[in-house]
Design a protein around this ligand. Structure first.
Ligand code: IVH
Length: 678
């Protein structure tokens, strides 16, 4: 292909992928299979890699994010990001309504919207291209999270239609409920504390250091406010519709209301219906629709006078505490769970509530058989908020945290500075052993299809699989004909190993011997070694033996491996049982070595770079990627070992001074491109 044919091909692929993205993430109606989408995306990636001169920072390939560290710079908002005044009852809404009527008259149109419970974001577009994504910060300035935000597929990188040249659009980045549950499950597997609610999960994800990691969190974004020097119309609702036509995900849940009763109806409808939404909301926002009238009403120091929020009351119910169970998680974490007398709350029957940890039980001053208030906040599992002291029986004893594991009777420990109690018996405590097996066979690890939780549980109980290496000793004769029945009086068959299911399982096990080393390492379930850390480790330590013998210094020398991860790896391999397990997995034929690394063209082999400031042709992540792809190394600070300081706009003065002092070459972005193309 000649140059112009390549350029055309890149542009056609870009358009096609953008269209599919929009259909899938904004319109919720896919127009292509995942497989076909990935194929197109890879085709584009390859073309862009071969012809970086045609690469566009707004290309759909940029949505996969980068493995390099983000450092967030601060950006001052062109228009401050204000908050909203809160109201909690109809009376306070009526006060707002009256204030508006008094100032501008009775005939006012309001737009009622949902109040999305995530983290707010301001997106700036210039000539139809996403320029910056900035968090609210202190309202005046926020963090530049553009490279992370680019990975959110419902946010358009390029607009279509008749958009203004310059504008800002604001909205809420949130984590859909299903994604929130999955994220917490994964965190539990990796030994991380779960997020308390979807809002924290969204805010935490947005500040992740690596955009490639954030991309995996699958955040979403609703936009609800357009502002700039030339707005398409004088009505907020019409501006939103315009913004929808440019490609933004504008929620459809808003309603134009012309009277107080209509506003109350909207509130009451969503107060009930919110429990069926696939994301969390914590209230309603009521806005004057006419922008001239908005300006007439103006602002107080912190909030607009033309809008207000109504916060839903967390629904509460009073019920009796029956008992407290202590559950043992996969990583040995003990979670106290209250069993309650069933009670109706927010459309569901609540029978259990999480008590989180010993501190929470103590704070509540919970006693046996207490009458307790349960509430459903942003959390999925209801929680006990307080005890009805007037109903307490004078003789009832305080609820005590257990001292021994309810599953294996080992004395519990509480690591310093942590809220949770742990069962340290990770070698024999049944839920911990089963958890290790479930993790090992899971999709991101050995990916053994048809080895679900039920099968793990069953084979564990039968004593056939007590450790992950036992999986590779399963045979057709072991399995065929085995049947699991429910333990209740019905004795229902839950599953049985027939010819086909047995063969499927064995095929899956055989195939797992081909999964890459990084997956196997992740599958071992070493604390703090998630899928990404496993990849980093296997890039440098290309055999498990090298990794097993790595020193603390060798490990922490790697980018992104801190002392916590390094200690955990060293601790794992210091244990002879773990080493024996690894040997058994080697004998079983698993891949415990990396394939030879793909050679980069090595233009920058042996060179190290520090980049500072912002650049015209690259985002910071792209620049870092380019350096790595050409064999160079990125360093965060200037030292005598640095080969080049690549100085963009607003380079940090201390970096410049240090580079001058140490006689490190300082090059501009253009010099860098010359170096690259030389
Ligand atoms: S309008 C000047 N509309 O609520 C008014 N805010 O304190 C700009 N929020 O953190 C905000 N849903 O992120 C508006 N439909 C909605 C909203 C909404 C959620 C958040 C916003 C801000 C807070 C307001």
């Amino acid at each position: 292909m000649d140059k112009s044919a390549i350029e055309n091909k890149i542009s056609a692929l870009t358009q096609e992928l953008n269209q599919h993205n929009h259909s899938y993430y904004v319109l919720n109606s896919p127009t292509i299979s995942d497989y076909a989408y990935d194929k197109l995306l890879h085709e584009l990636m390859n073309l862009e890699n071969e012809h970086p001169e045609f690469k566009d920072p707004h290309s759909p390939t940029q949505r996969v994010g980068s493995d390099l560290s983000n450092d967030f710079t601060q950006i001052t908002h062109q228009y401050p990001m204000l908050s909203l005044g809160n109201t909690y009852n109809e009376g306070e809404i009526a006060d707002f309504y009256q204030r508006v009527s008094k100032a501008i008259g009775d005939d006012v149109e309001y737009v009622c919207e949902l109040k999305y419970d995530g983290t707010s974001i301001s997106l700036t577009y210039e000539n139809g291209k996403l320029k910056h994504a900035v968090t609210r910060g202190d309202g005046e300035k926020g963090d530049d999270v553009t490279s992370n935000v680019k990975t959110i597929k419902s946010i358009p990188l390029k607009l279509k239609g008749d958009y203004p040249a310059n504008f800002e659009v604001r909205g809420e980045i949130f984590m859909p409920t299903a994604e929130f549950l999955k994220t917490n499950e994964l965190r539990e597997i990796e030994g991380e504390a779960p997020f308390a609610n979807a809002r924290n999960a969204a805010a935490g994800s947005l500040k992740m250091k690596k955009s490639a990691e954030m991309a995996k969190r699958r955040l979403d974004c609703f936009l609800y406010y357009l502002l700039g020097p030339q707005m398409p119309t004088n009505l907020h609702s019409e501006n939103l519709e315009k913004a929808r036509s440019w490609g933004f995900k504008i929620p459809e849940y808003y309603k134009i209301c012309k009277s107080l009763p209509e506003i109350y109806n909207f509130i009451n409808y969503w107060d009930k219906e919110r429990h069926h939404l696939p994301f969390e909301i914590d209230g309603i926002v009521i806005k004057v629709n006419d922008i001239h009238l908005q300006n007439e009403l103006g602002y107080t120091a912190k909030t607009p006078r033309w809008a207000i929020s109504y916060k839903f009351k967390a629904e509460e119910a009073l019920t009796q505490l029956l008992s407290v169970d202590f559950q043992v998680g996969r990583s040995g974490r003990i979670t106290p769970v209250a069993n309650l007398k069933p009670v109706q709350l927010a459309g569901t029957t609540v029978k259990r509530a999480s008590l989180h940890n010993a501190d929470i039980i103590a704070q509540l001053d919970l006693h046996e058989s207490d009458m307790v208030y349960v509430e459903k906040g942003g959390e999925i599992i209801p929680k006990i908020t307080r005890v009805e002291m007037n109903s307490r029986h004078p003789m009832s004893a305080p609820v005590c945290f257990i001292t021994h594991c309810p599953q294996c009777n080992t004395p519990l420990i509480r690591p310093e500075g942590e809220a949770a109690h742990l069962c340290p018996n990770d070698k024999a405590c049944p839920p911990q052993l089963k958890g290790k097996i479930e993790h090992f066979v899971s999709r991101k690890a050995l990916d053994i299809d048809s080895f679900g939780e039920q099968v793990v549980d069953f084979l564990f109980e039968k004593g056939l699989v007590r450790a992950v290496s036992d999986i590779y000793h399963l045979t057709y004769d072991n399995l065929i004909g085995m049947t699991r029945v429910s333990h209740d009086e019905e004795n229902k068959t839950l599953f049985s190993f027939k010819e086909k299911s047995t063969q499927n399982l064995l095929d899956g096990i055989a195939q797992s011997k081909q999964v890459p080393f990084a997956n196997v390492l992740f599958g071992l379930g070493i604390k703090h070694v998630g899928a990404t850390v496993a990849k980093t480790l296997t890039k440098t330590f290309n055999t498990i033996d090298k990794l097993a013998n790595a020193t603390l210094d060798e490990l922490t020398a790697l980018d992104d491996i801190g002392p916590k991860v390094a200690q955990s790896v060293i601790g794992y391999f210091a244990d002879p049982d773990n080493r024996a397990l690894v040997e058994r997995l080697k004998t079983a034929g698993l891949r415990l070595e990396s394939e030879a690394p793909t050679q980069s063209n090595g233009k920058f082999n042996g060179l190290s770079f520090v980049i500072s400031g912002t650049f015209a042709a690259f985002t910071r992540d792209e620049l870092k990627n380019t350096i790595e792809n050409n064999g160079g190394k990125n360093l965060s600070g200037v030292s005598a070992k640095t080969s080049y300081l690549v100085a963009g706009e607003n380079t940090g003065p201390s970096k410049l001074a240090k580079a001058e002092k140490l006689k490190v070459k300082i090059i501009s972005e253009t010099d860098f491109i010359d170096l690259l193309e030389r």
